[in-house]
Design a protein around this ligand. Structure first.
Ligand code: URA
Length: 239
């Protein structure tokens, strides 16, 4: 990895700032003054110091966000706000991306990481990672609707959804709320499933993804790092 990236990722400063620090002669690699920010260093092999202090290098970041409504699950957009815009600069420098997408109007659990391998394993259709959503529907669900949602319904492209689990929280014309667990992630899947039983999603919140549960103390737009236990749980279920 380039020295400037390593230093920036370690919180020493922006790429521009670390260039100045290197130029000033404050950075050493294995005791030898570094001259060029483009120098390649392997943090597991070389000791990099800044003003004589060894840097603490960290490669990956894992953040759990309670995604708010009206924000895109993307890394950048020329016009609209993205979940990355909600991060503190100190977290942004790791260049995390959302592991999976939630629609603009969907709220809830979103994992942001720069660990491509973990994201890939979580999102791979082969892994069947369960995702549970709190779903509020426009109208009531019949027993038949529930049975159909659970056994599979036809959505766009004639695709039949895989078996799902429905837990009824409330079921009346005034308020219909279910917890729906699916093991795949087709485009607008929950909304399409509701449509397939002639209903409509009016509120959607992701509550969990594999072993990872949304921390209920996170307000919309807030986020925190995963605990070691949460991260181990994700790694364990996905290998
Ligand atoms: N299903 C949807 O329809 N939207 C989401 O954001 C997530 C799952």
């Amino acid at each position: 990895m380039r020295l400037d990236k390593l230093l920036a990722n370690s919180g020493i400063g922006s790429r521009k700032e670390v260039k100045k620090i290197v130029k000033a002669g404050a950075v050493s690699i294995d005791g030898k003054q570094a001259k060029d920010v483009k120098t390649h260093v392997d943090p597991s092999e070389h000791e990099v110091t800044v003003y004589g202090e060894p840097i603490e290098y960290r490669e990956f970041i894992y953040l759990m966000m309670n995604k708010p409504q009206g924000v895109l699950s993307a890394t950048e957009d020329s016009r609209q706000k993205t979940v990355i815009d909600l991060l503190a600069p100190d977290d942004m420098r790791f260049e995390p991306f959302p592991a999976g997408r939630l629609d603009k109007d969907t709220v809830g659990l979103l994992l942001l990481t720069n660990d491509g391998q973990l994201a890939h394993r979580l999102l791979s259709p082969k892994k069947h990672v369960p995702k549970t959503y709190e779903v509020h529907l426009r109208s009531g669900l019949s027993e038949e609707d529930i049975a159909n949602l659970e056994s599979g319904v036809f959505i766009e492209g004639g695709y039949k959804t895989k078996p799902a689990k429905v837990e009824t929280i409330a079921n009346s014309e005034e308020h219909t709320e279910i917890r729906l667990t699916i093991t795949e992630g087709k485009y607008h899947q929950v909304k399409q499933m509701a449509k397939a039983v002639e209903n409509e999603v009016i509120f959607l919140k992701r509550l969990s993804m594999g072993s990872l549960l949304l921390d209920p103390s996170l307000e919309p737009g807030e986020y925190r790092e995963l605990t070691e236990e949460e991260l181990n749980g994700l790694n364990d279920t996905q290998t």
